[in-house]
Design a binder for this molecule. Structure first.
Ligand code: 6PG
Length: 235
């Protein structure tokens, strides 16, 4: 799987990613009347989501799920849902019934994950992902048993090891959801990810150690700092 890699200057990263997302959502709505989107979390997406609020999208036709969530209340500063609300969902008119929050704070997180997995569409039209400095994506961490899950689409996983934060359990989509997505956009920013990004995109396939390789067939939007060690590519 050959990734499409778009390397941009840091100050155009958010707008480039927002435009790619809006264009895909709009073309999907034009062709099929609706669009299912799975949002990613962490810190990278917030400026992208803010830029997205300035694009013309018929949000009434968009349904939102989440690729992963931390086991914290939805108002926690560590919540991916809270971040998505503060940067996107509080500012665009997505009908509440079309927002499917991941209830990772439930004490019965494993059955909550099973139930959430049953709400997912057969395949997302658009799956947004990030990548951690260890090569994880969503909350699929290197060596995780969740990487060999082929039946369930959402599972609970233990908290990541330091230095990854926050140290709480998580809920995550599994590889079958990434593989089934119609379109995947991965957003990566920062020099701390340059070395691992080269391994993920240019190195041998080893998705158990580098789970972000599960998205190697997608569109990767990276800033110059994160893309500094990538092999030259025909644009
Ligand atoms: C999460 C995310 C996670 C994130 C990467 C990158 O819950 O943390 O879903 O997979 O995309 O860890 O995080 P940053 O964008 O903060 O570097």
């Amino acid at each position: 799987m050959n990734p499409t890699v778009i390397v941009v200057a840091p100050d155009s990263f958010a707008e480039t990613a927002a435009t790619a997302i809006a264009d895909f959502v709009n073309s999907t709505i034009a062709s099929q009347g609706a669009c299912s989107v799975a949002l990613c979390g962490g810190t990278t997406p917030a400026p992208v989501y803010r830029a997205l609020t300035h694009h013309s999208v018929d949000w009434s036709k968009v349904s939102i799920w989440f690729g992963d969530e931390r086991a914290v209340p939805p108002i926690s500063p560590d919540s991916n849902f809270a971040m998505a609300c503060a940067s996107l969902m509080d500012f665009v008119a997505i009908p509440g019934v079309r927002i499917h929050r991941m209830p990772a704070e439930r004490p019965d997180i494993d059955s909550a994950a099973q139930e959430y997995g049953e709400t997912l569409p057969p395949s997302f039209d658009l799956l947004l992902l990030g990548m951690g400095p260890d090569g994880h994506t969503a909350s699929l961490f290197p060596g995780s048993p969740a990487l060999s899950e082929r039946e369930r689409r959402v599972v609970a996983v233990p908290s990541p090891t330091p230095p990854l934060q926050p140290q709480v359990a998580r809920m995550t989509i599994t590889p079958v959801v990434i593989e089934a997505a119609r379109h995947v956009i991965v957003m990566v920013r920062g020099s701390d990810k340059a070395a691992i990004l080269r391994q993920v995109l240019d190195g041998p396939e080893q998705p158990v150690m580098l789970p972000a390789q599960l998205a190697r067939g997608g569109t990767w939007i990276v800033d110059r700092a994160a893309g500094a060690q990538l092999q030259a590519r025909n644009s």
